[in-house]
Design a protein around this ligand. Structure first.
Ligand SMILES: [Zn+2]
Ligand SMILES: [Zn+2]
Ligand SMILES: [Zn+2]
Length: 261
């Protein structure tokens, strides 16, 4: 899978198939639990567009398929490269037509249009805010401005800085992380990452900015807050009470083993 080559010069004439990877997540790939569904009649050297239901339905890669006589197969990534994936919704917007994630062979004549749209989308990605989403709601936006004191809920930046971006209201996609009932206040940079088609969940992004647990090594660290906060602390923070005079006040608590440090 690691070997790369360029698009064959006759790309428009090579059969091109849509291949669905399911389930698709970092843990499923690692555990080799992802199934790749091909349409019938694929051949060695064909082009393949792999798709998955990631954070949103997305294109994962464009590749050349190889098959051998021992039922071995693999995909060599070819141009156009799509390192962070392309939202199907963005592709449909460019094509002006639906693009299903069903495994199938693309009709002759459609492949070149699809590859051209992928190339354009990679060069100048459609902003996520132009595609369907649940964020930036006007009421949510007012609420998250009250959160300025805490800074970005994901990376923690801008809490005390004199110059800071306007925080934006983010809601996790429906079906993901049901513990988030309200909007989260995030900086525009974290917000872009959260809306990358293959991007992290809010938890994954937030935890990536925090130290791992020194006891169990889990990356599920909440901040621990002592004293009286000026308002309800944001998601990812535990209120630890008023023991502000105790020595060695812990700053973090592990959600996996409850260790405090
Ligand atoms: Zn941020
Ligand atoms: Zn959002
Ligand atoms: Zn732990």
């Amino acid at each position: 899978m690691a070997k790369r080559s360029t698009v064959p010069a006759n790309a428009a004439e090579v059969p091109c198939h849509v291949v669905l990877a399911e389930p698709w997540s970092a843990s499923a790939i690692e555990a080799d639990e992802t199934w790749w569904s091909f349409p019938d009649g694929v051949a060695d050297g064909d082009l393949v567009i792999t798709v998955a239901h990631a954070r949103v339905p997305a294109i994962l890669q464009v590749a050349e398929l190889w098959l051998d006589d021992n039922e071995g197969w693999g995909l060599n990534t070819v141009e156009p490269y799509v390192p962070i994936g392309i939202a199907i919704a963005a592709l449909e917007r460019r094509l002006g037509t639906r693009f299903s994630t069903e495994p199938r062979t693309l009709p002759v004549g459609v492949t070149a249009d699809v590859l051209a749209a992928i190339t354009s989308e990679d060069a100048t990605p459609t902003p996520w805010s132009s595609l369907p989403h649940r964020c930036l709601d006007a009421d949510d936006s007012k609420l998250v401005q009250n959160d300025q004191f805490w800074g970005c809920n994901a990376c923690g930046a801008y809490a005390a800085s004199r110059y800071r971006p306007r925080l934006q209201a983010h809601r996790e996609p429906r079906g993901n992380d049901p513990q988030f009932s309200g909007a989260l206040a995030v900086c525009p940079s974290c917000h872009d990452i959260l809306h990358q088609p293959l991007g992290p969940t809010f938890d994954e992004l937030m935890f990536s900015y925090r130290p791992s647990c020194p006891r169990c090594d889990a990356k599920q660290t909440f901040k621990l807050l002592m004293g009286m906060p000026p308002g309800p602390p944001p998601y990812g923070t535990h209120s630890g009470g008023c023991a502000i005079s105790a020595p060695d006040i812990p700053s973090y608590i592990c959600q996996a083993c409850n260790f405090e440090w």
